[in-house]
Design a protein around this ligand. Sequence first.
Ligand code: BES
Ligand code: ZN
Ligand code: ZN
Length: 488
Amino acid sequence: MLLIAMAIRVKTTRRKVFETDAQTRVIGVLGGRLSDEGSLLDREMNGALSAFLKKSKFKGEFGTHTIYSNEDVQVVFLGLGKRRGHTLEQVRLAGVKLAQLADSLAAREVTCENFLAARLGKKEASYALAEGLLLGGYRFDKYKGESAESKVRFVIAQGFGPAVEKAQQVAAGVYLARDLVNEPPNVLNPAELARRAEKMARAEGLEVRVLGPAEIQKMGMGAYWAVAQGSANEPRFIELVYRPKGEVKRRVALVGKGLTFDTGGYSLKPADSMKTMKGDMSGAAAVLGAMQTIARLQPPLEVRAYVAAAENMISGHAYRVDDIIRAFNGKTIEVLNTDAEGRLTLADALAYASSQEPEAIVELSTLTGSCVVALGRQIAGLFSSDEPLARELQKAAAAAGEKVWQMPMEEDYRKLLKSEVADLKNIGNRWGGSIQAALFLSEFVSVPFVHLDIAGPAFVENAADNPHGPAGGTGFGVRTLVSWLTSD
Ligand code: BES
Ligand code: ZN
Ligand code: ZN
């Protein structure tokens, strides 16, 4: 099965919290006081809630909670912090927390007030809350024998239905990305990634084309092939196209790094660094997740997606250090480190994407450990020599609640990639490695281009590093891409 069942459902009702009859109800505490919805429920319950709050030491700090219960009902008080300065991201985080809480309470039906709707807008607040609930409720437990399917239904009181539907389409894209990343690499090899892309494309009405080893070589994708040739699991080049029904306002392309496993090749990774390398296809996963959502939301753009899927392995067929290879655009590359393989697969994917002349390319990759050192686990590096496009993506990421930080494309570092024997070498020196990698990629692109290095936020070993869900694949990038492609 492609997707694990969504254990969380979110619906809206026009009624207020006190007018519903769910066993579990959630109300906000703002500036230490009951919200308006809470006060109405309190009145219905003859002041039991305000009496409880008074007795308890609950201050309502953001993200904290306390629970009142009697025989009929369980009321969760969720701290929303101070009275002012709220953001939609806080509502989203409240949703994440509630989903986790509902899990531990084994709640089945939960009515929840539309937090901060009066301040942030009914539609916007509903969207953020639903998104948070869905993102926070994700689980990857298909390989666990004892996994009990906990089903919970959330009802957002006085919520806005269409916003919740959109949140569902976006979350489904994030779920797809997370599932792809979380699949173990013995299951999700390049051929399996391609099959899942095809299955999704057919279900959503996208065009899809998949190339194998012979076609990859024939097309002249020598850099991509060099990385792929060492593995018994064949590479697959995946191309998807979304075409809108009506007028095409813009033609854009998405590219995702698709290493289903990265051992480092002959420049072998130490055991500890290899541990999360099934996540080295997170860029591809984000692109596929975003394409699924785009197909459902139908924006008036043409969107092409490209993934050069491969596995970086060791064998008698594997590429070596000192090899010189030729990319799709004719440039030659001296391989000095087989662990800098992502940029080689991307060189060909980007050059091929450029040859189709889109107006912009956005590419996502778990490209460098250096970017994780620079920005940590929660922030992606954004690289671009096109300022307007960089602004567009920054805005989209901010609206989506995904953190990106622009890094410099220092032209003076380009000389670090000069080779004595070829046009380029695939590594420079140790300093500013993520910048050198971005400069390397730019050698293969001929249209406005943004590179997002998602090595930090795409995959986390500790849930504490993922503000919007559990440990493992985070689906980082899906929401930024969707926000970029569906904003007017
Ligand atoms: N897939 C890795 C980058 C990575 C590191 C992703 C940590 C996620 C977490 C990439 O292929 C790689 O190995 N990059 C090398 C480049 C170096 C050899 C120039 C790196 O970052 O060490
Ligand atoms: Zn590598
Ligand atoms: Zn890699």
